[in-house]
Design a protein around this ligand. Structure first.
Ligand SMILES: [Mn+2]
Length: 293
């Protein structure tokens, strides 16, 4: 671990005023039900540390999103002494506070189960909400390893709230989940293999105006993003992911989002850096008045 701990995303405090910033980053070092590689609780700090090395100017958008938007990073959520359900409540409460202030909440995780309460809270503010679940995994299990709150169940729990889900990048799913899908679940899947063939068709008509984006970093090809708990082969390339995200922000109003499951590998900073850059690209796309062609 580096000695210098970065507390503000991008480490430019003059653009990180808690009231003036339009984006509030919520570090959520949640880790309760990780099944394979451990360490996702270290993800948020690794992202913040890597972010201090990013170029502020975005060569594609031809601006500095930080200077135009302002990005404030809250202190990390403190889950010590909390059980899993209480930790999820705390996470949702943080999102509520940000939405009440009229700001854009962006959670950085942390394991994927953290999305549940933020999605529920966002739906209170935007009743037509749909969820865009970008992930290698379906996460549609009824329960996993004894827990209905597991990271492997997050999309199932969201559907149970009556919120439609569009899953993108999927390449690992169980027979039980496929049966559930075929039983009439309000979910659609865009498979990773279709991106590889250049045949990915996103059913945009399924999305409402207001959306919540949950981005599990294992959606990306582990050749580019190795630092995830479950590195499934294949997945989206960096540029495929950017193209997808651009279109999401163009076509829908993303009202809240999370980027989860970074599981830092000591000494391997490229993954941390990629996660930080991806988050900055998302903010740029979200708040660019007009995306260049
Ligand atoms: Mn996943």
């Amino acid at each position: 671990m580096r000695e210098h701990i970065i507390r503000q995303f991008l480490d430019e405090p003059q653009y990180s005023h808690p009231d003036k910033a339009r984006v509030t980053i919520i570090p959520a070092p949640l880790e309760y039900t990780v099944s394979y590689m451990q360490g996702t609780r270290h993800g948020p700090q690794a992202i913040l540390n890597a972010s201090s090395q990013l170029e502020l100017y975005d060569e594609e958008l031809e601006c500095s999103p930080l200077e135009e938007v302002g990005i404030y990073t809250r202190p990390a959520l403190d889950y010590r002494g909390l059980d899993h359900a209480s930790a999820l409540k705390l996470t949702g409460q943080a999102v509520r506070e940000v939405l009440e202030r009229g700001q854009f909440p962006l959670l950085i995780g942390g394991e994927h189960s953290l999305s549940l309460e933020p999605v529920a809270v966002a739906r209170e503010f935007f009743p037509d909400l749909t969820v865009i679940h970008i992930d290698a995994h379906g996460d549609l299990r009824a329960e996993y390893e004894g827990s209905p709150l597991s990271h492997a169940c997050i999309a199932r729990r969201v559907l149970e709230l009556g919120i439609p889900v569009l899953e993108i990048g999927i390449r690992s799913i169980s027979a039980e989940e496929m049966d559930f899908l075929r039983s009439g679940a309000d979910a659609a899947i865009v498979w990773a293999r279709d991106f590889a063939r250049g045949q990915a068709h996103i059913p945009w008509e399924r999305l409402s105006e207001h959306t919540y984006v949950t981005f599990d970093l294992d959606a990306l090809d582990p050749a580019e993003m190795p630092a995830v708990g479950t590195p499934e082969p294949g997945g989206l390339s960096w540029y495929q992911a950017l193209e997808l995200l651009r279109e999401i922000y163009q076509r829908t109003t993303v009202v809240a989002q999370d980027v989860v499951e970074l599981c830092p590998i000591p000494g391997q900073i490229r993954a941390d850096f990629l996660a930080a850059r991806l988050i900055y690209k998302m903010i740029g796309y979200r708040f660019s008045a007009q995306l260049p062609e």
